[in-house]
Design a protein around this ligand. Structure first.
Ligand code: ADP
Ligand code: DP6
Ligand code: CO
Length: 332
């Protein structure tokens, strides 16, 4: 069977996913809402070979340790759904990140969405978009959303028991008003890997933060409100929900014991600069993930002004992003 190549773009959550209710099935405690971006993506090709081990490379170097184990387990999941003739075959996986790896810029989202598409294709597992989203979720929760372009919601299906939520907890593209023409300015303060990965930090927050139940409850409501704002084309409302969700997520992890802190002094300076933009009448709202970098949501027509203000005369690196496409899969 020939190799299959897939491209998936990273997504940035506007309403954050931070906490699992079932770690094995990768079920989130609450729904989340995101924007897939054009500027950051992963390209992954998967072929089957005759060897007795999976071979996985990232940016030309062999993947090792925990990162390799995550890919192998994911491939085992795909193989468990494959026809007997191919289910025993090992894979050769070559991935390239056009996104900084493990820097809080959602590399795990683009990575596992691309791997889901390429591995399902290589092993002949026929899946529709919802099936690919469900599969990608098992690699990294945020990857469920990168199957789709633009605005996306990932449903928690928290009202269902885990075995049923396993089927229902998938992402779906959100209907958005044509008036909602958005962009993101991405302030890159550190492109290196974070000290503690999202998965571990999230589990630690669930286990030790007394704020966690309140966070999960409010997030479910925020996700519903964000969907309404997106449908109505209300950027101001969406921006307010976005910044509030990010700050609440960081507050929740700051209350873990010991605390988890991704906010850096330079991040706080950018948050101040975003508040100053708003005070001066430009619609701009900040969000941050598991890392110090700050992403700023704004109207596409305001992007250049926002980038110029945040770059501060070249003192900061600011990248431009616009809504990006969903997962693409092609046979090589
Ligand atoms: P991020 O903020 O970049 O999503 P995470 O801590 O969530 O950070 O995930 C980073 C991890 O995702 C890496 O340590 C690695 O295990 C995995 N990863 C990232 N890119 C790839 C890739 N292209 N192929 C396989 N695994 C990847
Ligand atoms: C802060 O999807 O990277 O970016 O599911 O354990 O792989 P795992 O974690 P991951 O967590 C993303 C956390 C976040 C918020 C978000 O993307 O919603
Ligand atoms: Co991630």
């Amino acid at each position: 069977m020939s190799a299959v190549r897939a491209v998936a773009h990273a997504n940035i959550a506007l309403v954050k996913y931070w906490g699992k209710r079932d770690a094995a099935l990768m079920l989130p405690s609450a729904s989340s809402v995101s924007l897939t971006l054009d500027a950051f993506y992963t390209t992954t090709s998967v072929g089957l070979h005759e060897g007795d081990a999976d071979e996985v490379s990232l940016d030309g170097a062999p993947l090792t340790g925990g990162a390799l184990v995550k890919v192998e387990r994911f491939l085992d999941l795909v193989r468990s759904q494959a026809a007997p003739g191919v289910a025993g075959r090992r894979a050769r996986v070559a991935s390239r990140n056009d996104v900084p790896t493990a820097a809080g810029l959602a590399s795990s989202a683009s990575a596992f969405a691309a791997l889901a598409g390429a591995a399902a294709g290589a092993y002949g597992v026929a899946l529709d978009r919802a099936g690919l989203s469900r599969l990608a979720r098992r690699g990294s929760g945020s990857a469920s959303r990168s199957v789709y372009g633009g605005f996306v919601q990932w449903r928690a299906a928290a009202e269902l028991p885990p075995a049923e939520a396993d089927l229902a907890s998938v992402a779906e593209p959100l209907p958005s008003s044509p008036d909602l023409d958005v962009a993101m300015a991405v302030v890159v303060l550190a492109a290196g890997p974070k000290a503690i990965g999202s998965r571990e930090a999230m589990a630690h927050t669930v286990a030790t933060s007394p704020y966690f139940p309140a966070w999960a409850e409010h997030t479910e409501r925020d996700a519903a409100a964000a969907c309404e704002a997106i449908a109505a084309g209300d950027l101001e409302r969406l921006g307010e929900i976005t910044e509030t969700s990010a700050m609440r997520m960081h507050a929740t992890m700051l209350a873990a014991a010991p605390p988890v802190r991704y906010l850096a002094p330079a991040s706080l300076e950018v948050l101040d600069a975003v508040a100053a933009l708003r005070a001066a009448g430009t619609g701009a709202w900040a969000t941050m993930d598991a890392g110090p970098n700050v992403k700023v949501l704004c109207a596409a027509s305001d992007l250049e002004a926002v980038v110029a203000a945040l770059a501060d005369g070249g003192r900061r690196t600011v990248l431009r992003a616009r809504p990006g496409p969903g997962l693409r899969v092609e046979r090589e």
